[in-house]
Design a protein around this ligand. Structure first.
Ligand code: SAH
Length: 273
């Protein structure tokens, strides 16, 4: 029997219209779809009804797969000759542990390919009409993991990250928001630096909370935003059309929360309308 093929496919941040044409094609040909919890139902619907769907995400009350188990599952299915799509939220090569899966496939002589996806930073920023770079406000962009082991402090290049001309996007930063706010300020980033939290970006449930870096922990706790959450810090977050250098202070002390449908024109930022 011929050995199967594994396509590691980026599912994008949630909106099925943000799938690439290559992703749609790979899904249409899939016999098995092995997917993360973050992959939305709307995206899963793109695969044919006949395709077997296996969720390997962490869900309360259900068995959650360890990374080694996912690797073994992919190898097992491929050795059965199946055409497999390993569907991952966002882009497979951005905080997606794709390399571990690829190494397991390689060890068994299984062929693989990667289809890129729109990563959460891109999808969420566009959805909230926030630029990630800007001539004058942000000349560089960094994607950073806010995830750390329990009881361990976040070990990041805080000096390098605390640059007023850099947009810093924290993935998996919900639990460590107090640390990252404190560390960035301690290393010189102004307390009033515009900060945006996006919950379930690009989905119909998307919520946005605009705040300042120093108020991030308190406002995030108060807002009770459902995961997944992305945190974007930087002066570019304060940009509004027609305002090239950002009038970004806050006198009100109130964060502004928005439903998904608010346009930039009506957006309340830092207590202003
Ligand atoms: N490979 C993915 C990232 C996986 S890490 C990608 O490229 O996007 C998981 C983290 O991504 C979440 O904790 C959250 O910080 C972020 N994330 C993914 N999808 C998101 C969404 N729709 N809205 C907000 N954050 C999201």
């Amino acid at each position: 029997m011929a050995i199967g093929h594994v396509a590691l496919v980026g599912a994008g941040p949630g909106d099925p219209e943000l799938l690439t044409m290559k992703a749609v094609k790979a899904l249409a040909q899939a016999e098995v779809v092995v997917h993360d919890r973050l992959v939305s139902d709307a995206v899963l619907k793109v695969a044919p009804d006949s395709a077997m769907r296996i969720s390997v995400g962490k869900e309360a009350g259900r068995h959650s797969y360890k990374q080694e188990e996912i690797n073994d599952l992919l190898v097992h299915l491929a050795l059965q000759g199946k055409n497999i799509v390993r569907l991952k939220g966002g882009d497979p090569f951005v905080f997606g542990r794709a390399c571990e899966e690829i190494e397991a496939l390689e060890a068994h002589g299984i062929t693989w390919s990667v289809v890129p996806g729109i990563t959460a930073a891109q999808g969420c920023a566009s959805s909230a009409r926030v630029p990630l770079t800007h001539r004058g406000l942000a000349r560089s962009l960094r994607f950073v993991t806010g995830h750390c082991r329990a009881d361990q402090p976040l070990d990041l290049d805080w000096k390098g990250l605390a640059d007023p001309q850099t947009t810093v996007v924290f993935y998996m930063g919900h639990a460590t928001a107090p640390q990252l706010s404190a560390k960035l300020i301690e290393n010189g980033l102004p307390a009033e630096t515009p900060t945006l939290c996006i919950s379930q970006g690009t989905t119909p449930q998307e919520r946005r909370m605009f705040t300042r870096l120093d108020r991030l922990p308190v406002d995030l706790e108060r807002a009770h935003l459902p995961s997944p959450i992305l945190i974007i810090v930087g002066n570019a977050v304060g940009w509004r059309p027609g305002q090239s250098t950002g009038d970004i202070g806050d006198e009100t002390g109130l964060p502004s929360c928005e439903p998904d449908s608010a346009g930039a024109g009506q957006r309340r930022r830092f207590g202003r309308t």
